[in-house]
Design a protein around this ligand. Sequence first.
Ligand code: 2M8
Length: 453
Amino acid sequence: MVNWTARPAPPGGVPGGGVPRRHAGLWQLAVSTLDGNWEHDHTVPSRTLYPHQWSWDSAFIAIGWAHVRPDHAWQELTSLFRAQWLDGRVPHIVFNPVVPGGAYFPGPGFWASATVEGTPRVATSGLVQPPVHALAAWHAYRRAPSADGRAALRRLYPRLVAQQHYLATRRDVGGAGLASIVHPWESGLDNSPAWDAPLAAVPAEAAVLRAYRRRDTVHAAAAHRPTDLDYARYIAIVTAYRAAGYRDDGLADRHPFLVECPLFNAAMGAAEHALAEIAGEIGADPGPHRERAARITTAVVDRLHDPTTGTFHPRDLRSGRLTPARTVLGLAPLILPDLPARQVEAVLVEATSARFGLAAGMERPLPSHDRTAADFEPLRYWRGPSWMNINWLVRHGLLAHGQTRLAAGLRASMIGLAETAGCHEYFHPDTGAGLGSPAFGWTAALLLDVLAE
Ligand code: 2M8
């Protein structure tokens, strides 16, 4: 049984009883950031860079809303799952029809979801993101238990189950019980060095981009974002998937990017644990979820753990090999409460090494990539900077394995980061300077969550 902490939501944006007075300003900043990004039935990650609804952002954001406006938490998840495709996939972007098509690239016209059967009325992308939604729904509920919350869980449950079913069946390209991602965007860690090896095999030239205009570099420094060559490959991979109507049959024979990601699959396993809890709460049978969770954990260990490095690595299905980079993705399986002790130990060795610097007293949170690596880039997006959502996940993994001192160290460093730079999208891993969007949804939401504990 997972020991998630329960805490009733404090009313109307006022810090709860457990939040010390010295954090009242931070709490208000987080609430006003979320309020500023709220958009009728969802929260945009950022008004400038990401003016639509993103899948795993909404999950993290719902956890934050549960502390201050629980109805928003349920609306957030409900609006996202309203855009679920008939095959069960939850699209990684749900486009807001009132936002001009050119505000984000690639926009709704590029994805052309309306031309595909079984898609919702609203325009969406055709990719997915890490399935952290069941976990988020359960966390949100435990923080604000209510009859309305239970009714929302009841409505969400079959959709969450369908999301898992899609991933466990159509995306099990390797046939070993894990889901494959078909694009780096599906990992959520878009330009992580973890994808360098599989991406290098994707034919694309920066010239591909001439037909399009990137919008991200209008709002953020180009040196802090993926490169043009990265984008050319991102576009080439979507184009291949789109040309096949976003179908998943035959992916092994035709698709240029197929990877089993440790974070994505750990999220899929953690989702089954959360679904077991949700099932228990709404009178459904938790048994099948527990069984599936155990199978996923076994497959994550068998397929993605490298006893030589001690950490987890993505498996590239094209080459059959584990990708060599030691990124923060390798620590993510800690969120599996049934991860065997041997792997927990090995991951803790990795996390507490100079590569990531986890400690009971740590100045800055975990970086997204190995600090000692030659390709560590402290300013460039997922190639070094610290991100609140990954730190939040690892912290919960630490708690699930009884590592309370390390979890406390991580929590203090996360709060310190927000004290230094506010609710930025990501942060310089050494100085803590804010990078990317200055008013970012999941940073605000997860800040509320750690402040409330
Ligand atoms: C980033 O990804 C999008 C593409 O999905 C982008 O760069 O335009 C990532 O950080 C991703 O994890 C996140 O969900 C998204 C919105 O915050 O932005």
